[in-house]
Design a protein around this ligand. Structure first.
Ligand code: IMP
Ligand code: MG
Length: 193
């Protein structure tokens, strides 16, 4: 068992890797997620909704967002890996874990953490439509429009952010920081060393 003060020190160490001012606090995120859930509830009334969580980055956003959607739904999970360096994606996308159930005839809502180049989601859009989804919409918490390399229509986004590498609330660097409740900008010296 770790001492409580050791755990607090570890938390502090994670936050000390972030630039001082948080980009988005847990309160700001929660308020926006609530609004997004309301909008999605309106838009999907009467549809045969399947929500797809893109693992692992979207997992925290997903569990919060689905609880703000007041509709019957099925949930499924897909893990995608896009090759590249740790902070830049290459556009080569591979499915590491596929859906459990077919999506043909379903109204699909893909839930993602962040759209950067747009490569991952444009691949996914084509892939899911080719399986016969009746409709496909995309919800992402964060959007970095400056970095877009392929055109992509995002139906719901939480926040537009500048071109900086962010972590927390599901987003990682080298698998770390996903459990931080807030979102911050990682200090460049953390990934440049
Ligand atoms: P895209 O294919 O370039 O749009 O890549 C999107 C994926 O890159 C996301 O699902 C994230 O896993 C990752 N990503 C892009 N920007 C960031 C960031 O600032 N922090 C953490 N992960 C990021
Ligand atoms: Mg991701």
């Amino acid at each position: 068992m770790k001492q409580e003060d050791e755990v607090i020190m570890e938390n502090r160490a994670m936050y000390s890797d972030l630039k001082d001012e948080l980009l988005l606090t847990r309160e700001q995120i929660a308020a926006r997620v609530k609004e997004m859930g309301k909008q999605i509830t309106e838009d999907f009334k009467g549809k045969d909704l399947t929500v797809i969580c893109i693992l692992k980055g979207a997992v925290v956003f997903f569990v919060d967002l689905v609880r703000e959607i007041d509709l019957p739904m099925s949930m499924d999970f897909m893990a995608i890996s896009s090759y590249g360096s740790a902070t830049k994606s290459s556009g080569v996308v591979r499915i590491m874990k596929d859906l459990d159930k077919p999506v043909n005839g379903k109204d699909v809502l893909v839930i993602e953490d962040i759209v950067d180049s747009g490569m991952t989601l444009s691949f996914l859009r084509e892939n899911l439509l080719s399986r016969g989804a009746a409709s496909l919409k995309i919800a992402t918490l964060l959007d970095k429009p400056e970095r877009r390399r392929v055109p992509l229509h995002v139906d719901y986004f939480g926040f537009t952010i500048p071109d900086e590498f962010v972590v927390g609330y599901g987003l990682d660097y080298d698998e770390k920081y996903r459990n931080l409740p807030d979102i911050g900008v990682l200090k460049p010296e953390v990934y440049e060393k």
